[in-house]
Design a protein. Structure first.
Length: 401
């Protein structure tokens, strides 16, 4: 290839910014001309402010990706909460029962199973790192039109001349304008649930453990925060989510305590509240000549397994590697041979995780007594199935084989 290879990344969320940082820090960065645009305003992070509602459970594999991007150690040092254990149990059982799924970092020779981090903090550090590399990010820059021009795309951004990158990367979320404008189909289905989120102060310390109890209406997760509080993610019916939003602190504490089986004792609301509808979605194809999807633009999943951000970060890492390999061979990274390799590497893995999460959601939602008995027996068996248990955990933790 002659000259620099132009890349436009649409979307400055965690995935888009990580991808930009990986490209700028790569050994082939001098061959690239990267532009990042986002229709929203620049995110702000203030360490003196309260912990934001939007947090992610960053797996060890994703931590490696963020370390490659040059930000993980900074993120850890500013505000984050590692957890070394996880407990998952059914509403028909109890947290100390034999059917409770138990995961401990020591079982996998790891210091931790994951880290709870605010999305805004990760974005803030990525923006800081990109600024050090001289990489600007254009916020409040709405893409107005995406038009095919042979095997490339013309991108019209408000108040600027049209862009004609060799590769357009859609990292603009589940309602991706780029994906839809390019005519790439996606399939989606609602879960008939809303996620209610807030922070609470538990009577008993969280012990750096992630807790998740499955109710028939959906799971409730208690995720540890660095200041001793827990972040609540309760996937439940829309009516219950509305009641939780409107409840007094005392009533909400009782609702959450009952839903979590008081595993951490009484819960005192200690943060803002929010709710959002839940759905699953996946794109039927990840790539066209000159265009590729990453993150939620390609797939979005139920939050019960905490895999949304982790799947997107894996997309960013694999696409970076594929672009580097193409440039090393003298190939064009925007051509289909390169993009198909990325699609083959990520589409199957993402859809497998989506199907697994859907299956788990349906399994625990069943009110059948027979299914309940089979579910409990299966969980007890899973706890004793060493190789299967280790492999499932390695996939969820984003660890290489």
């Amino acid at each position: 290839m002659n000259g620099k290879f132009g890349v436009v990344i649409a979307g400055a969320g965690i995935v888009g910014l990580t991808l930009a940082s990986l490209l700028k820090r790569s050994e082939f960065s001098e061959k690239l001309r990267v532009t990042v645009v986002d229709s929203g305003n620049e995110p702000r992070f203030d360490v003196s402010a309260d912990v934001d509602l939007r947090v992610s459970a960053i797996s060890p594999g994703s931590a490696e990706v963020l370390d490659r991007a040059g930000v993980w150690q900074e993120v850890r040092s500013i505000r984050a909460c590692p957890f070394a254990a996880m407990r998952v149990w059914d509403a028909d059982g109890n947290v100390d029962g034999p059917e409770t799924l138990r995961f401990d970092a020591a079982d996998f020779a790891l210091p931790e199973l994951g880290t709870i981090v605010e999305n805004a903090l990760i974005q803030d550090r990525l923006l800081h790192r990109l600024a050090k590399h001289g990489q600007a990010v254009r916020f409040a820059a709405r893409i107005q039109k995406v038009q095919s021009a042979g095997d490339r795309y013309l991108v019209d951004v408000a108040d600027t001349p049209p862009l004609r990158p060799e590769l357009l990367i859609a990292a603009d979320g589940s309602n991706s304008f780029v994906r839809n404008a390019a005519g790439m189909r996606s399939r989606s289905w609602p879960y008939a649930q809303s996620a209610f989120v807030t922070h609470v102060r538990p009577e008993r310390h969280h012990r750096h453990t992630a807790w998740q109890r499955f109710l028939r209406s959906g799971p409730i997760a208690l995720l540890p925060l660095a200041d001793g509080r827990v972040s609540v993610v309760w996937s439940t019916s829309e009516d219950v989510a509305k009641r939780a939003i409107a409840a007094s602190d005392g009533e909400l504490g009782r609702m959450l305590g009952v839903a979590s089986d008081f595993v951490l004792g009484k819960l005192q609301p200690a943060g803002p509240r929010g709710t959002f509808p839940l759905q699953a979605q996946y794109a039927t194809q990840y790539a066209l000549p000159g265009l590729v999807l990453v993150g939620d633009a390609a797939h979005s999943v139920h939050p019960l397994a905490g895999q949304g951000a982790n799947l997107g970060l894996a997309d960013a890492a694999v696409l970076t590697d594929m672009i580097g390999e193409a440039l090393a061979r003298g190939d064009h990274p925007g051509d289909m041979p390169c993009l198909r390799r990325y699609e083959r590497a990520r589409k199957g893995a993402n859809q497998l995780m989506l199907r697994f999460i859907d299956g788990i959601s349906e399994l625990f939602a069943s009110e059948s007594a027979t299914v309940s008995r089979l579910r409990s027996g299966g969980m007890r068996l899973f706890n004793r199935s060493g190789p299967v248990r280790r492999q499932v955990a390695r996939v969820a933790l984003g660890l290489r084989r």
